[in-house]
Design a protein around this ligand. Sequence first.
Ligand SMILES: [Zn+2]
Length: 306
Amino acid sequence: MKLPDSMRVLERGWLSSNNVLFIGKTRTAIVDTGYCTHAEQTLALVRHLLKDRPLDAIYNTHLHSDHCGGNRILQMHYPQLCTHVPVAEFDRVNDWERMAPTFAATGQRCEPFHADAAISPGDVIELGDLSWEALSAPGHHPYSLLLHNQKHGILISADALWEKGFGVVFPALDGWGGFQETRATLDMIDDLQPQVVIPGHGKPFTEVKAALKEAYSRIGYLEADPVRNAQNGIKVLLKFLLMERQKIRLTEVPALLASIPLVTAANRRYLNFGVIHLAHWAITQLRRAGALAVEEQFIVNVEASR
Ligand SMILES: [Zn+2]
């Protein structure tokens, strides 16, 4: 797989989203900026690749903490850069008191940043001297955008399509639906027939038909019983915290889960476990999947799986 020379995919660990850096003749830009705990590393990677050139723009596909957590450090280092966010989030970003609870809902963190411009579905954006269309892709996140370059058949898919599956259908956790939207987004991707997909997490891939097949199978499985999506969402949120902290005392897990509003909402709606039962269930599930180990009085992150 050969991508145009003006783009570099920075494949990151699962805590941070991938970043796509564009180095055009006259303008540089980055799509998504990772999680806040990796912000220094994000800046170092960008500086290394841009050498003496400044970063001119940030484009966020969606405002999940693992996609915009490097915005602040990049804004501070490159004061001239222009930060673009999906149009539906523009006002909220610039009124951080309204934005902060959206990160707190998942138990995750994000350093405050500002937005300078909005991206609307249908906008055509020039990145790396290539033309990209912004496409609305609800499901995983109601306001997520994808970027598509028709000429080279490249799709930047964020968390709407990975090589194996897609991101948690978060709106469904507290009863806002999202399964139909996820399916419609997959239909849209199928219609585009991209040659290469650069996902938000994991390596770029060309076996797009196989990925779509797996994603359709998964949305059918989740849609048939939304409890499955809730179970997956709770496990993913605990795993994320464990990736961030690496180890958590067993006795702290019930209170930690209870402190995450989206976990509490999903549990109340779909599982109705007591908080100790919920913690025991989540730990057992992740341990069986090989995503954590229990060592003495702690749960410990196991890196190899997700
Ligand atoms: Zn996401």
